[in-house]
Every structure is written in C-alpha cells, then in structure tokens.
Design a protein around this ligand. Structure first.
Ligand code: ACM
Ligand code: ZN
Length: 764
C-alpha cells in the first residue's frame, strides 16, 4: 500500500471563521443541493489526500487534481490509501449508498474536505465541484502563491440526464490531436460525459483505416474550401485515436465516433469511387452543403467496405454506441441507379426512403453482432426506424417525439437550441456563422423533454447534446469561441434539475466562470456582454420606446445619440425612452471601470408607420421574430444577414400585412427590404404589392413591384422594394409579398418550404 502525502506549496496555516453567503459559491452546473456553512478550510503544505481502497486505481483523478492544485510549488502528489483520516485532509470516501454512479457528496469543514461517491466518476465530478469552490486562479497555468481557501459547505449532487453530450465536426475543418484534448478538457470541466466525434464528411475523412489507406491518402485532403484556393486536410492515425480515447476516459468522457452513411460521404467516394452509384470520378468536397454523391445501396461491396471500416472503428472506441449518420442523404443517385433499383425490387421496398431504412438496419444488424448500438440523425425515421436505433433529433424536436412514441431512445439536439455553429449575438458584432441567433440564455432556456410526451415516453429522452459544425470555423480558436460560454448553459440544461435552474443565478455565476476561462486562456465569446438595442411598446403611453439590455445583466449600459463613440461618461441607460426623430444609438456595457462589450450601433428611423398597429394574415416564424409584433414598424433595419435580430421570417407563407396608421395620413412612399440567402432557403419574394384604404376593408388596386433578382444568385443580399407615388391621404396600408413557396427544382432543398425575410415597412 502506498503511503504518500499530498503537498501543496502553501505555508500559512490558520483557520478563520466567517459567514459565507451563497453568492460566494459559483458552481456550474448548479448542484442538486448546496448548503454553505460558517467557516472555511485552507489547503496547505500539510494537507494529505486520502482515498478508500474500493476506488482501485485512481491515478487519473490524482493527476487531474495535481494538475490544478500543485502548480504553485510543482510538488509531487502525495496520497494515501485507507481510511486513516486525520485533520487537514482531502478524503475520497467510498459510499455505496450513493446510488447514482455519477453522483457525489462534498462536505468541507474546518478540518478538511470529504468527497463521497460509489464510483470513480462520482469522485471525479466531486473534484470538478471542489475546483470551482477554490479561487479561480487554480485554472491558470502559472504560479499560485496564496492560500487555497474553501468555504465550509455541504453539497449533494447528481445529474438529471445520463447523456450529456457535445459534438465536434472535424470533417469540414481538421483540428489537431492537442486541440481535441483541449476540447475534451472543456467538456470535462462542465461535467459533459459524451463527446460525439464527427469523423467523416464530404469534405474530409479523418480517421486512419488500415484496410483502406486511400481513405486518408486521398479522402483527408481537399484542394480548397469555397474557392479559397488553399488546400486543407489532416487525419488521426489509429495511435492518435487511442491516445485521445484514453485522454477522454481519464476524464470519464465516452467518445462516440460518427462514420457517416449513406450521405455526406464524398471524401470516401473520392478515394473509392466504385462504391458510388455512378462510379465517379469524384474529388473531396470543396463546398459546404448537401451533396448528391452517396454510397450505392445496391452494391454489396458498399456493405463489405462499411463493415470493414466499422470493424476497425469498434476496436478503437469502447463506446457502446456508434453513430452512423443517416442525415441529408439525397435520393437522386439511387433513383437513377440500376443496382439500387433492383435492390428495391428484390427486397420488396416501397421507395428510396425504405432503401435508406434497409441500409441503416443492415448496418445496425452488423453492429449488434459486435455488441454495439447505433445512433442516427432523425432522418433514420424515414422509411422506418432500425429496430434498436437511438435517434438524434436535430431538425427540431419532432423526430425525437416520434421516436420516443415508438419506444426508441432519443438524444435531443434541435437546431433551435443546440446548434453552436449559429450566431451567439447580433451578426454585426459576431464572426461569420450560420443560421439564426442562439444566445447564451436561449441555450439555457432549453428543456430537453418535449411537453408532447407522456411521463413514460419522456423516459426515452436520454439527454441532450450541442452540435458544433465547423464550415465557418477554420481554426481551433474559432471553435473555442463558439463552444464557450454556451457549453456552460448546456451543462445546466443536462445536469441540473428543473427546479434548480435559474437564469438570473446562472448569469451571476458566469462572472466566476468567465474568470476561469480567462485563466485557462481560452478564446471564449464575450457576446453576452454586448448591448442589444431594440424597441418596447409601452401600453400606457401607446408608444414604441427604445430599450436596451445585455444578457449579462449586472453591467451598466452607456450610450450616445449623436453618433459619437460611447464610454462610461456617456448617457447611462436606465429605462426605455421615447425618441421623437430618427436617431443613431451607439451603446456599450461597463462593469465598474471596465469596458465589457463591443459597440452596438443602431439607426432608429422614425417614419409614418413607426409604432403603428400592424396585423398579419399569416404569422411570422417563432424562430425569426425580428423583435415580435412591431418588428416591421420599429424603425430598425436588418443587416445583410437574415440571421440578425431585425429580420422577420415567414416559412412557406406570404407576407400579408395591414398597417393601421391611426388616422388619415398623407404619404408618398412605401419601401421594404427583403433578404435573399438561397443557401439557407431564403428567397426574395416573386413580387410585392402595396394598396391603401380609408376604412381598412376596401383597398384600392395594388401597386405591384416585381423582383428582378435571380433566385439562383448565391450570395446574401438585401434588396429594397420601393414605391413612390403622388401624395395620397390614407388610414390603412396593405403590403403583400409573394413567397416563391417551395425551394425550386435546382435547389438542394427542392420542394422544401422557402422563406421570405423582411425587416421594415418604411412609410413616408
Ligand atoms: C445535421 O445537422 N446535418 C445533422
Ligand atoms: Zn446505386
């Protein structure tokens, strides 16, 4: 039995008694119960770390503790096995009564700290909590030469969900082994226990497969990305993978590898074109999107290949699950392929969707013989679920609901709350990203169990996961930016019980969490400090007022209204205010004397419909409200990106709005901006019509404005539709914009609902 003593380089020992208030304690994710008591314990030179025999080999945990706590002295870890617990110790106590293996209790008094658990993982989570009870400096790599004080406290904790996942796409951009280890560390400190490693894509195959060397010789390299003429690539050798798996295991994180099929497989087909329907040739994908080249489902060699690949993958990953993709598999190649069609006939399948189901079920059967279960994206529901598949619901929550109702396990990853590749603040202040806005508090608001499920059905929801796609993230620092701090919000979504979730408290705790990120020198996003400028309708005065806020609310907001740069000498924002004329507002947030934000700038344009009542025949999408009811008359225009907060989106529907000007008003122009970003299924309207009325019932013959921009135009554009006319005196204005309805034949989303996006109806 080893008899060694844990030493920290701190010389001063004294116990002081004082009252700790709960606000000093800042643990993320919030534990199940926390009682702060009077007094504190100081870890000093003499403090020993003692642990019970039952835990077996806990070197990984001791190393982890050491990495954080002995930086100051460089002293070796000194530990002792056994229950000889003296004063001045950190004691890992085996307690079989703690039934959740991930649960733990942490008790500290003036004599020492006890972490109790029934398994090593419980101890590890107790250690994570312990680290958060200590000064945030312990997250730094540099010397700490002061006392490590921990308040006397009593914590009892366990996770709400057993699947707490974060994903990373290394297909679109490759990140090094060291980057992946850092990523795993970020997951561990947030008590995430699953790392979904998306290893294969159209744009890159990233894992060495010995039997098929061309997968990485050819498939891991692309000549450019979106026309930048810069080659990109890389892959993990099997030795790298083993090292990373071990690194994750030491942190109690299971890596779930994803090998995509039947779609998102162009890189593999570039290496082995004979596995496609057409025979190729292909190059590794260079543009993002959904690509129609997929594995041939009629060819036996495809299955032999995939089984060989999976056999090697299984050897490397101890995970009970293998993710087999299954998303976004266009069926057009299968539709035209003799082999695929004869498979459909031979197997008595109805169509290509059932062929996909055949494909996935066949792979599932193979994996089951190897003792592995599959996870697939929610498209695997189409054509029938493979019998034991777990469904990852990403296109909203509907797939998850459907799967749970069929008694299948589900992991929730809806784009609305779990896609960390989306903007985390206003586009104007953010690096280029995808899709809509997913703020820290929106992540926090997520409830993984849909209300549509009964209590029994809800048990099929194993947990939730954040997905991090990397089309727009060429460097690891970009990845860090998208992951942190939103992973902190996710951690409470999946760990903390519903009754303990509290946004206000979470936001307060982020102060300390940001300090930890600072000490880790991670490139976390500070977007939550940026000021949001919007409007708020005041029901008493019946006016639209300018309102400002920051997600991190314990800041002071200062602004200017004359175009000058704001600072902490500018006007302090107290509450919403009225503006009488068009104004440029520039705002920043400060904490004490420190500038915390970028400058947010907004032009608020007063016009004749500003703040007037607007009614819509077809509702706007809840995903893109543009600010809600008054979005089209709030004086706020959008940027070129439809994903900023100022565009209102209509999915498949037309815009059909009536604005009540309140009284008879002389006007001579109406103008509207619409947006096109066809990559995201957003199109300009076919035409726009404007008509007027005195009574709100009878409208004159509309003025029609045609769209002259090609729906195929690939960039992101904002187009103004303007109508100028001789002065008329009207009470009501009707605007109608014709949605093209469905994505056209040539579009990758052909047949799917097209969007229109509008920011404002400006009336002068
Ligand atoms: C996905 O986002 N295509 C799963
Ligand atoms: Zn085929």
């Amino acid at each position: 039995m080893k008899k060694i003593i844990f030493v920290i380089g701190i010389s001063l020992v004294f116990i002081s008694c004082q009252t700790n208030t709960k606000k000093d304690v800042s643990i993320i994710p919030e534990p199940k119960s926390v009682e702060v008591q009077n007094g504190e314990f100081i870890i000093n030179d003499e403090t020993k770390l003692i642990y019970d025999n039952e835990f077996g080999n806990i070197d990984n945990i001791l190393t982890y503790v050491n990495n954080h706590l002995t930086k100051s002295s460089g002293a070796e870890i000194k530990t002792a096995v056994g229950s000889n617990v003296n004063e001045n110790s950190i004691y890992f106590k085996f307690d079989k009564n703690i039934t959740n293996e991930e649960g733990y209790q942490l008790q500290s008094n003036t004599d020492g700290i006890t972490i109790s658990a029934s398994s090593n993982i419980g101890i590890f989570y107790g250690v994570q909590t312990l680290l958060q009870l200590l000064p945030t400096e312990i997250f730094s790599q540099s010397k700490i030469d002061f006392d490590l004080i921990i308040p006397c406290i009593n914590i009892s904790d366990e996770p709400r969900f057993k699947y707490r996942g974060v994903h990373l796409d290394v297909g679109r951009h490759f990140f090094t082994k060291e980057d992946i280890k850092k990523y795993i560390d970020y997951l561990a400190m947030h008590k995430i226990n699953k790392f979904h490693w998306h290893l294969t894509e159209d744009q890159g195959w990233r894992i060495e497969i010995k039997k098929y060397p061309k997968l990485t010789e050819i498939g891991a390299w692309r000549k450019e990305s979106m026309g930048d003429e810069k080659p990109h690539g890389g892959f993990y050798t099997q030795e790298d993978v083993k090292e990373i798996v071990k690194y994750a295991q030491d942190r109690f994180i299971t890596i779930i590898p994803e090998i995509e099929m039947p779609g998102h497989s162009q890189a593999a087909l570039a290496a082995y074109p004979e596995l496609s329907c057409t025979g190729g040739p292909f190059e590794v994908g260079t543009v993002w999107g959904v690509i129609k080249e997929v594995y041939c489902a009629g060819n036996e060699n495809t299955f032999e290949f995939l089984e060989d690949v999976l056999t090697e993958v299984i050897e490397l990953f101890p995970s009970e699950y293998i993710h087999i993709g299954g998303d976004e598999c266009p069926k057009e190649r299968w539709h035209e392929c003799k082999k695929c069609q004869s498979r459909i006939k031979r197997e008595n399948l109805k169509d290509e969707h059932e062929l996909q189901s055949y494909f996935i079920t066949r792979i599932e059967n193979f994996l089951l013989t190897k003792g592995k279960k599959i996870i697939g994206w929610d498209e695997i529901l189409e054509g029938g679920l493979a019998p034991q598949a777990t469904v990852m619901s990403w296109r909203g929550i509907e797939g998850g609901i459907a799967a749970a109702k069929q008694n299948h396990d589900v992991i929730m990853t809806p784009g609305s709350h779990c896609y960390f590749d989306h903007f985390q603040g206003d586009a104007a202040n953010e690096p280029h990203a995808f899709g809509s806005k997913l703020t820290l508090s929106k992540v926090y608001s997520y409830e993984p169990i849909p209300e549509e499920l009964s209590q029994d059905e809800g048990k099929y929801i194993l947990g939730a996961q954040a997905n991090l796609w990397t089309e727009q993230l060429p460097e690891f620092k970009n990845v860090e930016y998208m992951l942190l701090p939103r992973i902190a919000a996710l951690s409470e979504v999946v760990w903390t019980t519903k009754d303990k979730k509290d946004l206000e408290n979470f936001i307060k705790k982020m102060d300390k969490q940001f300090e930890r990120y600072e000490f880790l020198k991670v490139n976390y996003a500070k977007s939550a400090y940026n000021v949001n400028i919007g409007t708020e309708f005041n029901e008493t005065s019946k006016t639209l007022m300018v309102a400002m806020s920051a997600e991190i609310s314990n800041v002071n907001i200062f602004y200017t209204n004359d175009g000058s740069e704001p600072n902490d000498k500018s006007i302090k924002y107290i509450s919403p205010f009225i503006i009488e004329e068009s104004t440029k507002i520039k705002a920043v947030s400060y904490k004490n004397k420190n500038l915390m934000s970028k400058t947010t700038e907004k032009d608020i344009k007063i016009h004749k419909a500003f703040g007037k009542n607007i009614t819509l025949k077809f509702p706007y999408s809840e995903k893109y409200t543009g600010g809600g009811k008054y979005a089209l008359v709030d004086g706020l225009n959008g940027t070129n990106s439809f994903a900023d907060s100022f565009w209102q989106g209509f999915e498949g529907d037309d815009l059909d709005a009536i604005i009540d000007l309140g009284n008879s008003t002389k006007i001579s122009s109406v103008e509207m901006n619409f947006n096109q970003n066809n990559h995201s299924w957003v199109f300009l309207p076919e035409f726009v019509e404007i008509s007027f009325s005195k009574d709100g019932v009878n409208f004159n013959k509309p003025i029609k404005i045609l769209n002259d921009i090609d729906p195929k135009y690939a960039g992101s554009i904002k187009k103004k539709f303007t109508s100028q006319f001789n002065i008329v005196e009207v009470n009501y204005i009707k605007v109608y914009a014709k949605n093209i309805g469905k994505c056209p034949e040539w579009h990758s989303g052909a047949g799917g609902k097209a969007w229109i996006f509008i920011d404002e109806v400006t009336v002068n």
